[in-house]
Design a protein around this ligand. Sequence first.
Ligand code: TYD
Length: 250
Amino acid sequence: MRDDARVDAMRETRGTLQRQGRFLTFEGGEGAGKSTQISRLKERLNAAGIEAVVTREPGGSPTAETIRELLLSGKVKPLGAEIEAVMFAAARADHVDETIRPALNAGRWVLCDRFADSTRVYQGEAGVDPAFLDRLEAVAVGGYRPDMTILIDVSPEVGLSRVAARSSSDGTPADPDRFETDTKEVHMRRRQLFLDLAAAEPARFVVVDGSAAADKVADDIWQAVCARFPLDLGHAGPAAPDPARDRIGG
Ligand code: TYD
């Protein structure tokens, strides 16, 4: 019971909401194209007069970025999936406190590359008890749950071939991180778990086909965001100009 009381207190602290901004998270497997689509959406929001902060997990605040290095280097892996889940949650708690809550309370939109759904999928797939993950999420996230989650769905074949094609700045292939080296079966199970989460919460999730061309994916996301937040974006509408396309005269 003491533990419950502590969780409630944490939830209350992080859940003190003013939230004039909107909190959008992007989820998907490796190579789904999240970062490209986040910057495309940010450009369109800016063109519609909305200020958006782009951030990511694990990371998004100085302490969380330090934890990110540990997690993605694989140094925490020997401690087991539960401890990895604890560390993702620790990073998330700091990220909410230092970056997400201040931005939302200042009226900005937050576009976040991965959030708590990634823990449910990645650490859930690795066998961590869902009830334990729920408790961690309650402590780390509190009331700062996403208003909308965009799941960019791609097959592991497409996603992993994109990851393999990524090069580091000197042209040599980039080293895969701790989670990119998992087997194709693991990637397939994660894909299904993301789709299951989306099916369970249709009011929050929108699923877009990430195998389409980047312009098409960006259009699909923009349509979905306009449909979800008509009052915020009513003046812009789905046909709002895409600044990137305007620049190349399309
Ligand atoms: P990153 O390089 O940001 O990958 P991506 O471009 O695919 O988002 O690395 C983050 C990795 O951490 C990614 O493989 C997913 C994993 N992860 C978890 O396992 N649990 C989590 O809670 C989060 C946020 C990420």
